[in-house]
Design a protein. Structure first.
Length: 425
């Protein structure tokens, strides 16, 4: 394995990572609204007036057939790969050019360092000049892709960062989905050195036991915005496990606290008793633990649409999770799922509304709302669609529900979705 159970800071390579990031131009009061655009998986584009922040930005799709499960832990299905893979720079550039302002970015965030989150982050940084904020492993991955060390700031949780324009971001140390059955994916392992690119291809190994461990568990982000009509706030995390949300995260003998306690501390520091929106993962089990801490008014699903479906085909299946919805309904929390990649949510003092974001979708070839075949709709009537893609919990190819649902028809989910190419099937 290329990771170790220790947190090693390479003093020579990372001596500047603690330096202050370039500050966005400050304003006496924040914007009247926040635009939050879902770009697939756990990729988000946040616009706070003139301030633009991207989270993850994983557009490349490393094929599912690249991955090999651990022989020791069969549930660790993403542990190793058959070979290196490269960033799809052309696709990243196409998405960048479709974004407002030609893809100008002020900051790049990574929630954790798995391939489906940080794979394209260094490329976004090169194309835009934006600094990265993430964990040690994310910064080591960026250095491996020839990004200057001072363009990536390591955060461990507990930081309060003024992004400018009235926006404050608190970093919350979090955990990753899974449990003892898949420790290579779940445990808070960090890289100990920058990954070494393949000498022939320049690519990297995407396995969570290779160049892309989760990077010490994860980083979640609590945003507060000084709005002229009163402050607004939202919390975003892109992985979580109810298995140990209340257990301390310890890396190389350093205790980073328990995720729930860390979140409660961030809420207290921000002077909040509730947030306007939670962009969240983990289904009902995680919601039952996090809701009492942040009391969100709106829940927006995150990281539920699979890992290996073609980005350019658009949303692969509709969102449906009856158990989660029943819990949220009982708590009087609105569930606002997406209808297509690049759906935009607008958060202001009046609450959250949605817009189809037509211009950007048109540039990328997406419809405003994804349409699905009847068989797909029937399938999600029987089984939650989130069982396929929720927070790295799905299989490498067809999920059990997809196989069983379509077995009698003698066709796979890929055939059902034709001619829309689904890369993983």
């Amino acid at each position: 394995m290329r990771f170790k159970l220790r947190h090693i800071v390479l003093a020579a390579a990372l001596s500047c990572t603690g330096a202050a990031l370039p500050a966005a131009s400050a304003a006496p009061a924040g914007p009247h609204e926040v635009e939050m655009t879902w770009m697939s998986i756990a990729n988000w584009y946040f616009k706070f007036g003139d301030l633009r922040v991207m989270m993850d930005g994983y557009i490349t799709r490393v094929p599912g057939e690249q991955f090999v499960a651990s022989t020791i832990y069969p549930a660790d299905r993403y542990a190793y790969t058959t070979g290196p893979y490269n960033v799809d720079v052309a696709s990243v550039e196409r998405v960048k050019n479709a974004l407002p302002g030609g893809g100008k970015l002020d900051y790049l965030l990574t929630g954790h360092s798995h391939f489906d989150h940080s794979w394209d982050t260094p490329t976004w940084a090169k194309l835009t000049g934006a600094p990265i904020i993430g964990g040690l492993s994310t910064c080591l991955q960026a250095i491996a892709q020839n990004l200057p060390a001072d363009q990536c700031r390591i955060v461990n949780g507990g930081e309060k960062i003024d992004l400018g324009n009235g926006v404050t971001m608190r970093v919350v140390r979090f955990n990753h989905s899974g449990n003892a059955s898949n420790p290579i994916q779940h445990e808070p392992w960090e890289l100990s050195a920058p990954p070494v690119p393949d000498p022939a291809t320049g690519g990297f190994r995407a396995g969570v036991g290779e160049d892309y461990p989760n990077g010490g568990g994860g980083r979640a982000f609590l945003f507060t915005i000084d709005n002229p009509g009163g402050p607004i706030s939202f919390f975003v995390q892109n992985s979580a496990s109810a298995y140990d949300l209340d257990k301390d995260i310890v890396v190389d003998g350093v205790n980073y606290g328990a995720p729930l306690a860390n979140l409660a501390a961030a809420m207290k520091d921000a002077g909040l008793t509730s947030v306007d929106a939670w962009i969240g993962t983990g289904g009902r089990a995680v919601a039952e633990l996090i809701v009492p801490v942040i009391h969100p008014k709106v829940y927006i699903p995150n990281h539920w649409d699979g890992l290996f479906n073609s980005f350019w085909a658009g949303m692969p299946f509709p969102f449906k999770d009856d158990s989660l919805k029943a819990y949220l309904d009982a708590q009087n929390i609105a569930l606002m799922p997406q209808h297509q990649y690049f759906d935009t949510y607008r958060l202001d003092r009046a609450g959250v509304t949605m817009t189809p974001n037509h211009a950007v979708k048109q540039k990328l070839g997406f419809t405003d709302v994804q349409t699905f075949a009847k068989a797909m709709l029937d399938a999600t009537e029987n089984v939650a669609s989130t069982s396929v893609g929720d927070d790295c919990g799905e299989g490498l190819v067809e999920s059990p529900w997809a196989r069983s649902t379509f077995a009698e028809q003698g066709r796979s989910l890929a055939a059902l979705l034709a001619p829309r190419a689904v890369a993983s099937l």
